[in-house]
Design a protein around this ligand. Structure first.
Ligand SMILES: Cc1cc2nc3c(=O)[nH]c(=O)nc-3n(C[C@H](O)[C@H](O)[C@H](O)COP(=O)(O)O)c2cc1C
Length: 215
């Protein structure tokens, strides 16, 4: 394992690149359908291994949906779940965003359902119980690392949460005790943007800086 030149020191050039990476990471909704480079994907999956987790519990369970049957199950799940939501009052913008995600689910060459295994036995019981859902937070933190690693390889990720997870687990024959944290569409984006799509389309605005309460 190589260390940075001086232990703990990364160059100014690296910091600049990292800031750019954060700026250009996007939730991707439009993917090319060509395959993702296997070696690059393997490097990115290593980000899970290196991720933080409460008590080093490593509760992530990653399911790759590769077969036609599994992919169709997820697609139909999304369609049904959304149809119920969109029958309400969400309006035209919501319809448009839902159909963009649907396109992502149809096109993204790699798709993962990432779960938190609530029966993860590693870790001190106090650490696992002090903050509710801390195992799920660990999985979300790991997905975040994966997301950045992908972007550094020029690969995009689109996060889908509008799914009926009980149905998904039943369709994929997975343990009902697992909790779905994210359904991830992965592939090369058709375009790059430094702004969130919701902002580009005028629905939301990214805050200029985080609110920090000083006490
Ligand atoms: C936990 C989580 C769940 C998300 N679920 C959805 C989703 O169901 N549908 C969707 O369109 N975007 C989803 N997103 C993406 C957000 O809409 C997106 O991150 C946000 O608009 C900011 O855009 P950016 O990621 O390009 O900066 C999700 C993001 C996160 C972190």
């Amino acid at each position: 394992m190589t260390k940075p030149a001086a232990l703990g020191q990364f160059s100014a050039a690296f910091r600049n690149d990292f800031a750019e990476l954060l700026r250009w990471r996007r939730d991707v909704r439009s993917f090319r359908t060509d395959p993702v480079d296997d070696a690059a994907l393997a490097r990115c999956l290593d980000a899970f291994t290196l991720a933080p987790s409460v008590s080093l519990s490593q509760p992530w369970r990653i399911v790759a949906l590769s077969s036609e049957t599994a992919r169709t199950a997820a697609l139909e799940n999304y369609k049904t779940f959304n149809a119920a939501a969109l029958a309400g009052t969400e309006g035209e913008a919501a319809q448009s965003f839902a159909s963009q995600k649907l396109k992502g689910l149809e096109d993204a060459p790699v798709q993962y359902a990432v779960f938190s295994d609530e029966s993860a036995t590693h870790g001190h019981p106090l650490d696992l119980s002090a903050i509710p859902r801390v195992l799920e937070y660990s999985v979300a933190a790991a997905i975040m690392q994966f997301w950045l690693a992908l972007r550094a390889e020029g690969i995009g990720l689109g996060w889908v949460s509008r799914l009926d997870q009980s149905r998904l687990k039943a369709d994929l024959d997975l343990a009902q005790s697992w909790t779905l944290v994210g359904y991830l569409c992965v592939g090369y984006p058709t375009q790059d943007s430094a702004l969130p799509e919701l902002q580009v389309q005028g629905h939301e605005e990214r805050a200029a800086c985080p609110v920090v309460l000083e006490l």
